[in-house]
Design a protein around this ligand. Structure first.
Ligand code: SF4
Ligand code: SF4
Length: 468
């Protein structure tokens, strides 16, 4: 039994890219050919164009998307979100996580194989360059194991220089999602010494991407990526995955000329293993290393076609579909997640739609109580105002006492309020009230923020008076 387990299940003891002695097993993947690979190539090309184009797209002078983590300023569909919109972000993040969970329960690692930037860049840029310069997997292996002659030096140098250039390009685009293209132009045009930290960031990301695509590769998917690590707990027997139809394929056996076939449809050609970018044998069943890239489907279908066998011995299918011939169905768990998801999406949409484009916060200056003016006939408090203008226009604003309250508002250091665009505007002001209207120690007052006659917001605050 133990021996049987060791033979049958030993591949589960360690990840596919590590040898029994714990060393890295370099994967020399064969180039896939077929329907899925062609579709993925088209989608990847589109994806790369969109990824590169997005930072350059501006609406009303604002980038379409920008995630400026450094300044805490985020732009989505040309709308600016500030740290004060954190609540919207928190709900968006919860929605996003539930979408991922729900999507994974239903479609497995479809995202990893078709959309994940790691797979797209690795398989459709870097791997292609490697095949182009170093040749087929066997040629690559020979080159790696061979001496450092002129041929090897030229091939390795050209490959790594190209990898570095592309990594630098990706890092530029990546950085423009964070700081915006305008800032990126500035780094290019202005003296290097003015942008040392950004330049450091640019080189850091370039080297990081180079390291990932030249060396780390599939380890990102099999070991580092948290989404990949969580797949196991999200999958169930109805999850769509890349599956080998063992009922049809087993017992596997090679085709022998002139002999009547008594085996299953798998001819043990190992093509599905040779094309796998994570080096696994899908015939062993679902493994966490499978990124759902479909290369094995294409490889096996090519073999099936040549032998005149039915296609799709390896295909998209659920465990139940293969084991019990039960077609794909929506489970109660999927329905529950969908209901929660719809609820959250409605909540999120309401939050975004009701989000104010100008947000004002007024607080009394810490440590200050009140001042008596004009022989004690008037009481004055000093306040700090923080007004976030999330629009892309300057606003001439005014503060007014609300509810017909007598008194006056006097700005400190400025004669009018100009709210700069995309900016947190901060200033101080005094509110002076006749002593008669200050009834108690703590008095609730309302201050209106106006743009001309249009009221932007009413802010409640506390006005301190003397002890009575
Ligand atoms: S098993 Fe198939 S789908 Fe999974 S990673 Fe390998 S080639 Fe891609
Ligand atoms: S490619 Fe198909 S036939 Fe060949 S070993 Fe894999 S499953 Fe079997």
């Amino acid at each position: 039994m133990d021996n049987h387990f060791h033979e049958e299940e030993s591949y589960r003891d360690r990840v596919s890219t590590v040898t029994e002695s714990g060393k890295r097993k370099w994967i020399y993947a064969l180039a896939p050919k077929g329907k899925f690979y062609n579709w993925r190539s088209i989608l990847s090309a589109l994806y790369i164009v969109v990824f590169v184009a997005i930072p350059f797209i501006k609406v009303n002078g604002l980038p379409l998307v920008m995630f400026n983590i450094v300044e805490g300023k985020f732009i989505l569909f040309s709308k600016i979100f500030w740290p004060h919109d954190f609540f919207i972000f928190a709900v968006a993040m919860i929605c996003f996580i539930i979408i991922i969970v729900l999507f994974t329960i239903i479609y497995g690692r479809l995202f990893c194989g078709w959309v994940c930037p790691q797979t797209v860049f690795m398989e459709f840029i870097f791997r292609k360059i490697e095949w182009w310069i170093e040749g087929s997997p066997s040629a690559q292996r020979k080159l790696n194991e061979g001496p450092w002659d002129t041929n090897k030096i030229i091939k390795k140098l050209s490959k790594h220089i190209l990898f570095l250039i592309i990594s630098f390009f990706i890092a530029n685009i990546f950085l423009s999602y964070i700081i915006g293209v305008d800032q990126l132009y500035r780094i290019i045009k202005e003296p290097i010494s003015d942008h040392l930290s950004l330049l450091f960031g640019l080189f850091f990301f370039s080297l990081l991407f180079y390291g990932v695509f030249a060396y780390v590769r599939e380890i990102v998917c099999t070991t580092i990526c948290p989404y990949g690590r969580l797949q196991g707990v999200m999958f169930d027997k109805n999850t769509m995955q890349i599956a080998y139809d063992y009922k049809r394929g087993e017992p596997r056996g090679r085709v022998k000329k002139g002999e009547e076939r008594t085996h299953g449809d798998c001819v043990d050609c190992m093509k599905c293993v040779h094309v796998c970018p994570t080096g696994i044998d899908i015939r062993n069943g679902l493994q966490m290393e499978c990124v759902g890239c479909t290369a094995c489907i294409d490889a096996c279908n090519e073999v099936m076609h040549k032998l005149n066998f039915q296609p799709n011995l390896i295909r998209y299918a659920s465990e139940d579909e293969i084991k019990n011939d039960i077609p794909f169905k929506i489970t109660n768990r999927m329905k529950a997640y969908t209901a929660v998801l719809i609820g959250l999406m409605i909540f999120l949409a309401t939050l975004v739609m009701s989000r104010r484009s100008v947000d004002a916060f007024i607080t009394r200056v810490k440590g200050q109580t009140y001042q008596e003016l004009e022989n004690g006939s008037k009481i004055s408090n000093i306040f700090n105002a923080k007004i976030i203008n999330k629009t892309h226009q300057e606003i001439n604003a005014e503060l007014r006492l609300e509810d017909g309250m007598q008194g006056e508002i006097k700005l400190v250091g400025v004669d009018h309020i100009l709210l700069h665009k995309d900016h947190i505007n901060e200033f101080s002001f005094f509110v002076t009230l006749p002593k008669g209207s200050v009834a108690s120690r703590k008095n609730s007052i309302k201050i209106g923020l106006y743009n001309g006659d249009e009221k932007i917001q009413t802010i409640k605050t506390t006005f301190l008076g003397p002890f009575n």
